[in-house]
Ligand binder design. Structure first.
Ligand code: C2E
Ligand code: MG
Ligand code: MG
Ligand code: MG
Length: 279
């Protein structure tokens, strides 16, 4: 009897796995299609200085509306794009589009673009960054590339060299989702990052969770010591913001300030600024 139940459970589990696998396969084919038909969109979320509330950068975030399944989260399609290698052309597309868009923002505003570890496998990564900058006219100093800790995993020794090449172009390098990978502090020693983004999971429970309070204090402290900007990701409440300000965190990003917006709506965030400048 037990065996029978076990067998049944096994078959159910198997069917679920098969369904997930099929969905992945289908989505992979659809991603290929979306790339061909330019069906992706790029949204932009501001990163603001905590003290002045001034927008210092905008992060480009990919959006995909599937023809029949509707909006699909990057959390689902980015891993599929990474596993299939499609992230390389998709990433190049996102980067070049975002660079063109950033030319419509005030010149002091930087553009932040995510790079996934799989893009470092492409031999043309540095070249495609150069091309995106040249094609748009965006100065390298206005581009920030966000990488996660996994880019610096031991197996990929060359990635460090690529990061240095990108830095040599004048591009800034940010460490995204800090604290979620393995031996986080090791990475801070491996490369001199320009910015540390404190993962949302630590910001979410401020100021009640003592562990989160301690971690955020430690990371902002490291930022101050290294003279590196620290960005709190996923700031949703005034209480979190007040705590972050008190701790000396320098920049914020999150729904409290603004959600990721379509290009046109994002441009409007600068409306008042431009009018002031002209007047
Ligand atoms: P990420 O780079 O850490 O981006 C931050 C994510 O947090 C975004 O999710 C953003 O919409 C979300 N977020 C921002 N503020 C808040 C908040 O206050 N509350 C909550 N709950 N969430 C907030 P999104 O857009 O779904 O992107 C997820 C991830 O997908 C990104 O995480 C990034 O790793 C990846 N991704 C997105 N676009 C690209 C891209 O063009 N290239 C690559 N390689 N990865 C991308
Ligand atoms: Mg990011
Ligand atoms: Mg992040
Ligand atoms: Mg993330």
């Amino acid at each position: 009897q037990v065996k029978q139940a076990g067998g049944g459970a096994y078959r159910l589990f198997d069917a679920g796995m098969a369904a997930a696998l099929i969905r992945r396969r289908v989505l992979e084919a659809d991603l290929r299609d979306a790339l061909m038909h330019n069906a992706f969109d790029v949204h932009y979320q501001p990163i603001a200085e905590i003290e002045s509330r001034r927008i210092v950068a905008m992060e480009a975030l990919l959006r995909w509306t599937h023809p029949t399944r509707g909006s699909i989260s990057p959390a689902e399609f980015i891993p599929i794009a990474e596993a299939s290698g499609l992230i390389i052309p998709i990433g190049e597309m996102a980067l070049s589009r975002a660079c063109l868009e950033a030319m419509h923002w005030p010149p002091a505003t930087r553009l932040s673009v995510n790079l996934s570890p799989a893009q470092f496998k492409s031999e043309t990564l540095v070249q495609s960054v150069v091309r995106a900058l040249e094609a748009s006219g965006l100065p390298a100093s206005r581009l920030e590339l966000e990488i996660t800790e996994s880019v610096l995993l031991v197996e990929s020794r060359d990635n460090l060299a690529i990061l240095h090449q990108l830095r040599a172009l004048g591009v800034h390098i940010s460490l995204d989702d800090f604290g979620t990978g393995n031996s986080s502090l090791f990475y801070l020693r491996a490369f001199p990052f320009d910015k540390i983004k404190i993962d949302r999971s630590f910001v979410q429970e401020l100021p009640t969770n003592l562990q989160c309070v301690a971690i955020v204090r430690a990371v902002t402290g490291i930022g101050q010591c290294l003279n590196v900007a620290t960005v709190a990701e996923g700031v949703e409440t005034e209480e979190q913001l007040a705590h972050l300000r008190k701790e000396g965190c320098t920049q914020m990003q999150g729904y409290l300030f603004a959600k990721p917006l379509p290009a046109e709506a994002a441009r409007k965030l600068f409306g008042a600024w431009q009018e002031e400048e002209v007047a």
